[in-house]
Design a binder for this molecule. Structure first.
Ligand SMILES: C[S@@+](CC[C@H](N)C(=O)[O-])C[C@H]1O[C@@H](n2cnc3c(N)ncnc32)[C@H](O)[C@@H]1O
Length: 451
């Protein structure tokens, strides 16, 4: 379906019967089981068999339930006399879907109740139809009282797990509430116009002609934010590589590497954690460089290949571990982009399953991996070269504290992160963007120079 930066992939409708809305709810319940049991993410939604006309509802249900999960679960706890058995996580998912529709979606109440309860038959658990019907009807009757009761718990009202709210409050004492609220609203769809095919002003004209409304991004010079999201195949010239989907904050990597790369055509550049290739592609659209792009995940690396093919760009791709050097030919790089694996705490609004799947111990493990990546890659930079460290996290352990520790153990590193920019805020030796409604995601950048 919409493969943000990857190769075009239009989903095939595989002729599944639409069962009056039951099938889409059963499919959503199946897709949600891994998330609600804490065992897997929402990825692979396109692999679920849903008729074309129900796909938007299917995604809205899956993402919506993940986004509002703490509240849905608290309400389910009030509605059920006793919890479902672990093997009935799919029935639990149907209950959460029903609650979500009643409270958050403009689905007629009779469909939210009847078709969700009826979907129990399609998952082979007809016995659950009555229970689901009963719970959802009770919610209709007692909605305000039950909601007020569960909302007394701030983790329920703010839709975040307790450890994460605590971490946000500690990191951003003045902004944590706005930050949590921003995480609960879907982010806008932002485009990156491929400069090799014309500028964004011209592309905005093409969008208007196609009946799509957009506005120029404030900080990213190639960015356009759409007024409402659409399928990528509706975007003029998408197949021909004229445009890609990429958040405004992510587009700033190219701006930050501009002073190093613009004056040096042919510069050797390493993108050390490149997949799915959004920043690799943007750098290649803007600069004439010799790009080496590495990622440890072969499947994700294949997406980089697809993205570059669609955009008509070239890089040397390597499947490798950036905490090792067996993929390196020994020639130093002018610039290194380390867009490190991170908690994703700045992009929760796009990946709401993060709230369920991340654990506090992950942050410690990720910070240790980021430190190893920094230490391993630094010697690959030529003196005078630039390393840009980036994460889509809002947690200091992965960002300002990570870079402070690196600078203190690396005598030939100095920060050149700009201070006179209109985006983000200073965060130690780097700059932090917090997610903003209708604008960019949460992101961190630190630009370091080898002295
Ligand atoms: C934040 S994503 C990169 C996003 C990418 N830069 C973009 O703009 O599209 C982090 C990537 O790091 C990769 N990764 C994780 N550990 C790695 C390692 N040890 N070596 C190389 N890549 C790694 C992951 O597979 C993932 O694709």
């Amino acid at each position: 379906m919409s493969d943000a930066s990857g190769k075009s992939r239009r989903p095939a409708s595989r002729g599944i019967e639409n069962d009056g809305g039951l099938a889409v709810r059963a499919a959503a319940a199946r897709a949600l089981v891994p998330v609600i049991t804490g065992k897997g993410s929402l990825t692979g939604l396109d692999d679920h068999q849903v008729v074309a006309r129900d796909r938007a509802l299917f995604k809205a249900l899956c993402y919506g339930v993940c986004r509002t999960l703490p509240r849905l679960e608290a309400l389910a706890g009030k509605l059920l006399v006793k919890p479902f058995k672990a093997r009935d996580a799919d029935v639990q998912a149907l209950l959460l879907l029903g609650i979500h529709q009643l409270l958050y979606l403009r689905v007629p109440a009779h469909a939210a109740v009847g078709e969700t309860a009826g979907a129990a038959r399609l998952i082979g658990k007809e016995w659950a139809t009555r229970v689901l019907n009963g719970c959802l009807r009770r919610l209709q009757r007692e909605s305000s009282a039950l909601q007020a009761e569960v909302d007394r718990d701030p983790t329920v009202a703010l839709l975040h797990p307790e450890w994460l709210l605590k971490a946000l409050r500690q990191a951003w004492p003045d902004d944590w509430r706005a930050l949590a609220e921003a995480n609960n609203v879907p982010g806008p769809m932002t485009l990156r116009v491929n400069r090799r095919h014309g500028d964004r002003e011209a592309y905005l004209g093409r969008l208007t002609a196609a009946g799509l409304e957009g506005r120029l991004c404030t900080h990213a010079p190639d960015g356009i934010t759409l007024e409402s999201p659409c399928d990528v195949f509706e975007l003029p010239g998408f197949d021909a590589g004229h445009v890609s989907v990429q958040d405004e904050a992510a587009q700033l990597a190219t701006v930050l590497l501009g002073p190093t790369l613009a004056p040096r055509p042919g510069a050797r550049v390493l993108d050390a954690c490149c997949a799915p290739g959004g920043k690799t592609a943007h750098l290649l659209e803007v600069f004439d460089i010799d790009m080496h792009a590495v990622d440890s995940d072969a499947e994700r690396l294949a997406r980089v290949e697809g993205a570059l093919e669609r955009l008509g760009l070239q890089a040397r791709l390597a499947h490798g571990d950036a905490t090792a050097r067996d993929w390196w030919d020994g020639t130093p790089f002018e610039a290194i982009l380390l867009d490190a694996p991170c908690s994703g705490s700045g992009v929760i609004r796009r990946h709401p399953d993060i709230k369920r799947l991340r654990r506090p111990s992950d942050i410690t493990a990720l910070a240790a991996l980021q430190a190893r990546l920094l230490d391993n890659l630094w010697p690959l930079l030529r003196p005078g070269g630039t390393l840009l460290y980036a994460t889509c996290s809002v947690l200091p352990e992965e960002n300002s504290e990570q870079i402070a520790a690196f600078l203190s153990r690396t005598p030939d590193a100095e920060s050149t992160t700009p201070r006179d920019v209109a985006w983000g805020r200073p965060a130690g030796a780097g700059r932090q963007l917090l997610p903003e409604a209708d604008s960019h995601d949460g992101f961190f950048y630190a630009r370091l120079r080898k002295t």
